[in-house]
Write a protein of this length. Structure first.
Length: 279
């Protein structure tokens, strides 16, 4: 159950589903900071009520607020009886019937961005498996948020009308990195979001097909290969980065060159940029 759709909701929801699947904990919830003073529980999984939805957690308050302040995972065997946390949120926790709870901070580049929780409805000690699964889910969420942040930074750079050649080289290299990363992401929704961001990076170059020229359509893998070639990779390097066989890379490259009317790798890259397929 999702109670809101703030920025990063897709990534948080995917992390909670991974946590439930790998930890064995029936309940998971969490959210991200919208400002420096509090984060809000925006995503719920396995809950039976909406008591926790939208709850604003202040740093230092409750289990999650304390985990955020200390920047480390914490757990309690019986939330209501615990003497190591404050109890501002007891009513919401009691309404959901939770007893044993863990909280893991989400830290991106040294800054706490939110907290993920996992819980049981019995006062049982949480072993290594649930904690390890929660920490792994938080780490994957951190990576997804870092990628999102980097994409936005690059889009902002690419939209600057005075962007110099060095800036564009960074944008182009990162575009290839993001496309290579997208195909290693297991979550299909996040993969689609990454590829859409790559498309926005390419569109930000301002390249449009010349008037009277038919639009060129390349397959996603053909664009992947050209993005790596544009970054200076050899066929072997492209194969390694994309998890393909060198012969397959050659096949994609020949196909894209034919569609673009190019006779060399460089001509194909230039034509793809003119067609708005690469930044």
């Amino acid at each position: 159950m999702a109670v809101a759709h703030p920025d990063g909701a897709t990534e948080v929801r995917a992390a909670l589903l991974r946590m439930r699947r790998c930890s064995g904990l029936p309940v998971a919830f969490g959210g991200l900071f919208a400002g420096p003073r509090q984060f809000r529980i925006s995503e719920l999984a396995g809950t039976e009520s909406g008591a926790l939805g939208g709850l604003a957690i202040r740093p230092g308050a409750g289990l999650g607020g304390k985990a955020a302040t200390l920047s480390r995972p914490l757990s309690v065997t019986d939330y209501h009886a615990s003497r190591v946390i404050s109890h501002e949120y007891d009513a919401a926790v009691a309404a959901e019937g939770l007893r044993s709870i863990l909280a893991v901070p989400v830290v991106v580049r040294g800054r706490v961005r939110g907290v993920l929780y996992g819980a049981l409805r019995q006062p049982l000690a949480l072993g290594d498996r649930p904690l390890s699964a929660a920490v792994e889910a938080a780490r994957e969420l951190e990576q997804a948020l870092a990628v999102r942040d980097e994409t936005r930074r690059l889009l902002a750079m690419a939209r600057q009308p005075s962007a110099d050649p060095a800036v564009w080289e960074e944008v182009r290299e990162a575009h290839g990195d993001l496309r290579a990363l997208a195909h290693r992401v297991s979550d299909p929704e996040l993969r689609r979001e990454l590829l859409a961001a790559c498309g926005r990076l390419a569109a930000a170059s301002g390249a449009v097909p010349e008037r009277g020229q038919p639009a060129v359509e390349l397959s996603p893998r053909e664009v992947d290969v050209l993005a790596q070639v544009a970054a200076g990779a050899t066929n072997a390097g492209v194969a390694e980065r994309l998890g393909l066989r060198p012969e397959t890379v050659k096949s994609y490259l020949r196909s894209s060159m034919r569609k673009l009317g190019a006779h060399t790798r460089l001509e194909a890259v230039v034509a793809a940029r003119r067609a708005g397929l690469l930044p």
